[in-house]
Ligand binder design. Structure first.
Ligand code: B12
Length: 347
């Protein structure tokens, strides 16, 4: 995203948050102050259904799945090209199917209460109101399910590209994990930096910064690829505008949340913000979380961490999340606490 745009959005969000803080001074705190984002991305789609499909009739043009034609310039199909093209075609077809808007009320042939069903569907991206064909799911929902499942597997097993890391000037260090299978079976290894990583961090990073930003692939490299640039740039901007100093950012490959304790022990920051890929679900495989902690050290308890989750284009918009995170850091610094301890001090 354009740097100027990130700056503008950050300014707007911080301004809005400050206004809301002022408004909230008279707020009934027994009702809680957590702001809930509108995280259902399906609303637009359902408004479209409501506007264009008031009669809710079954509409099936019966057309077959289309495969794009792929031939070499000379009209022949080499086996390598064939394989490559078939893979590309399969991916394209899968994408077409997954993106194809549903033709009727998600396949429910005779909904008893269509308005109520639409109302429910508006509130969740979950697979409700998808109908069935006899005992089985309909082809569209089955293919969409397979597509989303494959995206989740790819997100876990994929790697964050060097291009993505270079664009943010991040260098990479490792945990004690050697490969993805071990990463999945041994979360404890992902919570520890490798000996080499410790040396590199000691050489390259600023010591005792106020805020240390760390990025890790965690359980979704796709989440990092898709969102980290916007979150990172707006967070950086937000901290700058709040006059909060930051350390040297870096990327930890195959990390878990609690790896921040090792980083804290080594670099001694006041606050760590760890941007890490969330375990993918079947609604989104590209959701990023920000875990925060005041003075994380070996032995930090989970209750002292906090998380802002669901950062992606269908959830908390990445630029807004970055700006918001800056204000959370400000609060952590003010109370010198995070997690449950922060809530207790605030009361
Ligand atoms: C998996 C998961 C869990 C697992 C974690 C086990 C594991 N090893 O993975 C279990 C079942 C233990 C769990 C427990 C809880 N969870 Co949980 N969890 C998730 C989930 C589905 C994915 C998290 C993830 O991928 N993290 C990234 C990977 C790389 O992290 P990891 O290092 O492998 O595992 C660590 C984190 O998952 C972290 N963690 C997990 N949940 C929470 C919640 C909080 C508040 C914190 C600080 C940390 C934390 O603890 C793990 C061990 O260090 C998210 C949903 C989401 N959209 O993110 C909810 C989610 C993060 N959890 C949530 C909650 C509320 C909790 C609990 C407080 C529930 C409870 N009342 O007990 C506890 C707190 C646990 C803690 N560590 O303090 C909420 C947080 C809401 C918020 N913004 O504060 C989320 C967003 C779910 C939701 N939509 O409500 N959780």
């Amino acid at each position: 995203m354009n740097q100027e745009l990130v700056k503008e959005i950050t300014k707007m969000v911080i301004g809005k948050l400050n206004e809301e803080t002022k408004k909230n001074e008279d707020f009934d705190h027994s009702r809680g102050t957590v702001k809930i984002w509108d995280h259902t991305s399906s609303e637009k789609r359902f408004n479209e259904i409501l506007n264009t499909n008031a009669s809710i009739t079954k509409e099936d043009d019966g057309s077959l799945v289309k495969f794009s034609k792929m031939t070499r310039a000379d009209g022949k199909r080499s086996s390598a090209l064939l394989k490559q093209n078939e893979e590309a075609a399969a991916l394209e077809t899968a994408k077409e199917i997954a993106d194809e808007p549903p033709k009727n009320l998600e396949g429910v042939d005779h909904p008893a209460k269509p308005e109520e069903l639409i109302e429910m569907m508006k509130h969740t991206p979950a697979r409700i109101g998808i109908g069935r064909a006899g005992l089985r799911p309909k082809t569209h929902s089955w293919l969409k399910f397979r597509f989303d499942h494959a995206a989740a597997v790819d997100a876990v097993y994929g790697d964050v590209s060097d291009q993505c890391l270079n664009s943010l000037n991040l260098f990479k260090v490792n945990t004690k994990v050697t490969d993805k299978e071990i990463y999945i079976r041994r979360p404890d290894y992902g919570r520890k930096l490798s000996e080499e990583a410790k040396q590199v961090l000691m050489q390259k990073c600023k010591k005792s910064p106020t805020v240390q930003i760390v990025i890790s692939d965690g359980l979704s490299s796709k989440a990092v690829e898709e969102n980290v640039e916007d979150v990172y740039l707006s967070l950086e901007q937000s901290l700058k505008s709040l006059n909060i100093e930051t350390g040297t950012p870096f990327f930890i490959e195959k990390g878990r949340v609690a790896v921040m304790d090792d980083v804290g022990e080594l670099l001694k920051p006041k606050v760590i913000v760890l941007l890490i890929g969330e375990r993918p679900g079947l609604v989104s495989a590209e959701s990023l979380s920000a875990y925060l902690c005041y003075e994380p050290r070996i032995g930090t308890i989970e209750a002292d961490r906090m998380v802002i989750s669901n950062i992606h284009k269908g959830g908390i918009p990445p630029s807004e999340a970055g700006a918001y995170l800056g204000t959370v850091v400000q609060k952590i610094l003010k109370y010198e606490a995070s997690g449950v301890a922060l809530v207790e001090k605030e009361e």
